[in-house]
Design a protein around this ligand. Structure first.
Ligand code: FES
Length: 105
């Protein structure tokens, strides 16, 4: 069975300061969206796979986020764990011509 993909609008990209993350509810999923200082945008599951830490509150360096609770690190592009035992789910996300964040879920 294939699952339908849906695009969800999450508001203006300017609501996320460069170098920070914000969490959003998209349907039943909680998603963390990150805007890097270089202006790239990424989306991952909102909760850290270790003990549920809020990844959107983590420290963003380049394209890596560090969980605020116990410092596991994740590559925002791939979801791969750079420090820690298990990676995170990533989602396709883009900014449209009006500056709106569009998440595909
Ligand atoms: S909850 Fe994220 S590293 Fe422990």
């Amino acid at each position: 069975m294939t699952r339908n993909m849906a695009e969800v609008k999450l508001g203006p990209v300017n609501s996320i300061p460069p170098g920070e993350g914000r969490s959003f509810a998209a349907g039943t999923e909680k998603i963390a969206v990150f805007r890097t200082r270089a202006g790239a945008i990424f989306a991952t599951q909102a909760q850290c796979p270790h003990r549920g830490g809020p990844l959107a509150d983590g420290l963003v360096g380049g394209t890596v986020v560090m969980c605020p609770l116990h410092s596991w690190k994740f590559d925002l592009a791939t979801g791969e764990a750079l420090f820690g035992d298990c990676g995170v789910k990533t989602y396709p996300v883009r900014v449209d011509e009006t500056g709106e964040i569009i998440l595909t879920i």
